[in-house]
Design a protein around this ligand. Structure first.
Ligand SMILES: Cc1cc2nc3c(=O)[nH]c(=O)nc-3n(C[C@H](O)[C@H](O)[C@H](O)COP(=O)(O)O)c2cc1C
Length: 203
């Protein structure tokens, strides 16, 4: 089993909800699959640039031997390959302003490439990924239900993009309402940890 573990929190391991939960999940996957390998990509501390003209040029097949673009071409290939090769993708993402952190959006822009992770066909777009995806999410407020549910552009967006890329199996784990006081914070983390246990018992 090849695991790609992506973290996007701008908080450190001590304080981040998603970093703690995503690493718990990865540890449990490894415990169940001792021969699993992990590629770790921290898009918050090792940020990718926004897609710009140089990156667009590097994606163009006619430029594949341009020495000026070699570094950018190699990075593009590395990012896409590590996603395509993963059997399991674990994404730890906080909600920032109702959606993904811009660092995670930058990663998505680097890996959602026509001809690589999806293709356009006469019948429309077709995703090329076959992996299973776990989305480990956290938010100060509550969005899975209630008056703010319509503002959830985090779980909806991440599920949409991975489904677009071909993923059939997407599990969402949430620690939400963590800003509603220490009790809710602890309860949210305990509930997310329980869900991780349940999901990994059968992984
Ligand atoms: C820049 C920023 C924007 C945030 N925007 C929201 C938001 O729109 N809605 C919300 O409920 N919480 C928001 N939060 C709170 C985080 O989602 C919450 O603290 C979450 O637990 C962070 O995950 P982490 O502990 O893994 O970093 C925001 C936090 C930051 C730092």
């Amino acid at each position: 089993m090849r695991i790609l573990h992506v973290d996007a929190s701008a908080s450190d391991t001590e304080t981040s909800h998603t970093r703690r939960l995503s690493s718990e999940l990865v540890e449990r996957l490894i415990a169940a699959n001792p021969r699993a390998t992990v590629v770790y990509r921290d898009v918050a501390t090792n940020q990718l640039p926004h897609v710009d003209m140089t990156i667009r040029q590097a994606w163009t097949p006619e430029n594949s031997t341009d020495p000026k673009l070699a570094g950018t071409i190699n990075r593009a290939k590395e990012l896409v390959d590590e996603l395509k090769e993963a059997d399991v993708v674990v994404v730890g993402s906080p909600m920032y302003n109702f959606s993904v952190p811009s660092t995670l959006k930058a990663w998505i822009d680097h890996v959602s490439i026509a001809g690589q992770t999806f293709s356009y066909t006469a019948e429309g777009p077709q995703g090329l990924l076959t992996s299973k995806v776990y989305l480990v999410l956290s938010s100060g407020g509550i969005y899975s239900q209630g008056p703010f549910a319509a503002n959830d552009y985090l779980s909806t967006y991440l599920q949409a993009i991975f489904r677009f890329l071909g993923v059939k199996d997407v599990e969402v784990i949430r620690a939400e309402g963590v800003a509603y006081g220490p009790e809710q914070d602890q309860a949210a983390m305990a509930s997310a940890a329980d869900r991780i246990e349940t999901l990994t018992d059968t992984a």
